[in-house]
Design a protein around this ligand. Sequence first.
Ligand SMILES: [Zn+2]
Length: 229
Amino acid sequence: MIDGHVHLSEIEHPERAVENAVRAGVKRMVAVAMNLDSCRKTLALVDKFSDKVLPAMENTLIFITQNIHRCVALGEVGLDYKVKVKKKLQKAVFSKLLNLAVQINKPVIIHSRFSHQRTYEMAVNAGVEKAVFHWYSGPVDILDNIIASGYHVSATPALAYSPQHQAAMERAPVERILIETDAPVQYGDRLSEPADLKETLFHLSMIKKITEGELAEIVTKNAERFFGL
Ligand SMILES: [Zn+2]
């Protein structure tokens, strides 16, 4: 299995987390970064675990331009209408990053909290061909447009309790779903790590009524195709 979205740089003992994940059957991890510091930390982990940790990054355009050739994707990037950063500024930065992704021909990992429609429109308008709407829990009509545009969505362990996330994953075709942990996000009473990818797989298998073994094969192929592995 491939964890399609994990913040390894935010985990207290990332090396141990990578080892635990490998033991739990997680073959590879797409490590997202969100600022210069996490970009640097993530690349240091890649130096150590080059066959297992695949970096994706955002922010600090110069750093990205210099290092993007080492990455499998650009992300996570997007809009967050819950945080108190002006929408106009968020859109300006996101737009630049989308253009960069198109220019360098890399898939984009999109964060779209309370901004599903706008992030979707911006991706389409920028000409993005490959995008994953990470932890998609938005309206199903926007989901239909996302799928119709050839994009993907990803599932997290929140499938255990989030009705919106469950509804989205029930509706999305299985060949457009990636699985992830978004570690170290806390689900329930403890911080997650990439080894918890099996939780995502379990809940998705219940929703899709596909055995975990078969589903693992499908979503791994999806991730390989999406990230060009
Ligand atoms: Zn994330």
